[in-house]
Design a protein around this ligand. Sequence first.
Ligand code: GAR
Length: 189
Amino acid sequence: MNKVKIAVFASGSGSNFAALAEACKAERIPAEIVLMVTDKPDAFVSERANEIGIPIAAIRPRDFETKKAYEQAVLEALQEAQVEWLILAGYMRLIGPVLLEAYPERIINIHPSLLPSFPGKDAIGQAVAAGVKVTGVTVHLVDEGMDTGPILAQRAVDVIDGDAERTALAIHAVEHELYTTTLQNLFKK
Ligand code: GAR
């Protein structure tokens, strides 16, 4: 099997990263995670990557004068690892021109809502506050906007009793499955 070399970008707990790592290892996704990129070196996702033995590029934006310089440092790490696709999994930062131009139509994001509803931070909290009964998960190609770009897959998830925590649990379970099947289909072509 010809494996696609991917980097997973994450800023937080990394449950999607762990699910993707598991799916790649089990060869459900024909890809290899050659790098985990984080802008938050202390985030729990780094512990997960260490445990699984996936190399980490922990690069802090505040160590650079400009966003361009930050992304150039990230790009160097990606090129050194020969990364072909960027997979965002809770990376809470807008992708800028340096990475967009280096990976045209090769950057994917997952977001916990039925986009274009509730983009940005705390999408599950936004859905609960809006009183909607159904929200969901979207996987999409990344462009220069915030959680915008062509949609690859979506799945609806019920809001449970107006409870953000319980709804988040249901959403995360769907995310792990939907991200796996979407990447499976994309990379097997
Ligand atoms: C996920 O729910 C992901 O969809 C969301 O961050 C969470 C990360 O969880 N991403 C966004 O909101 C992007 N705008 P994880 O660290 O456990 O994978």
